[in-house]
Ligand binder design. Sequence first.
Ligand code: TMP
Ligand code: ASP
Length: 237
Amino acid sequence: MEKRDELYAGKAKSVYYTDDPERFVLVFRDDTSAFDGEKKEQLTRKGMVNNRFNAFIMEKLEAAGIPTHFEKLLSPVESLVKKLDMLPVECVVRNVSAGSLCRRLGVEEGQSLTPPTYELFLKNDALHDPMINESLAVTFGWAAADELAQMKILTYKVNEVLKALFEEAGLLLVDYKLEFGRVSGEIVLGDEFSPDGCRIWDMATRKKMDKDRFRQGLGDVIETYEEVGKRLGIQFD
Ligand code: TMP
Ligand code: ASP
């Protein structure tokens, strides 16, 4: 497998073509952004930590029967993935209230949400990822009704697998965002799962151990990501 030209550079990852038209290389950079790119910083080791974190989680999800684009680690900061036709829809499940839910509805942070909530957002930084619903997604062609149904099933299935995995490590999976794409008529999990796209709190102390450390200027961002990873059993360099 040979890495070719860059296809696209996102806020934290870049995507490269390969000599296989069905495979891409994802490069996890040290760039960190929040608030739709308004706050940006380079955090040493972040690319490596998130690449290994993502590989570990994607392998757990595959083992639980959830189709993902992940194929294998190529280097500390690179992974080989299947080429997906990505849908511009972000699927968010929340087990505990935090973030935009609290701002939008005026509810207090830290409430246990039963059953867990499910929300859709349009992936569009210029519009600050507005909340959407299935009707809007179908009407504007962002995803078909059957695809949205499958995304919801898979997003909740991820919750069952990961909530248990994090709980065993004394961690609370507060919420997370997933992105999906199409390949060969199937809906497959794409993008990444790392502390950049979810909220994780220490079960006992409720210490924030995710990108809220960066958003809120709490410090020790990557050290804390690594602590989460180590508690899950991930080996870092
Ligand atoms: P929110 O509270 O800002 O709506 O975010 C909910 C979860 O989804 C949180 O873990 C962060 C994640 N998320 C992203 O990583 N990127 C996004 O663009 C959005 C909308 C959410
Ligand atoms: N990932 C998004 C950004 O970079 C949103 C966020 O995490 O606040 O800007």
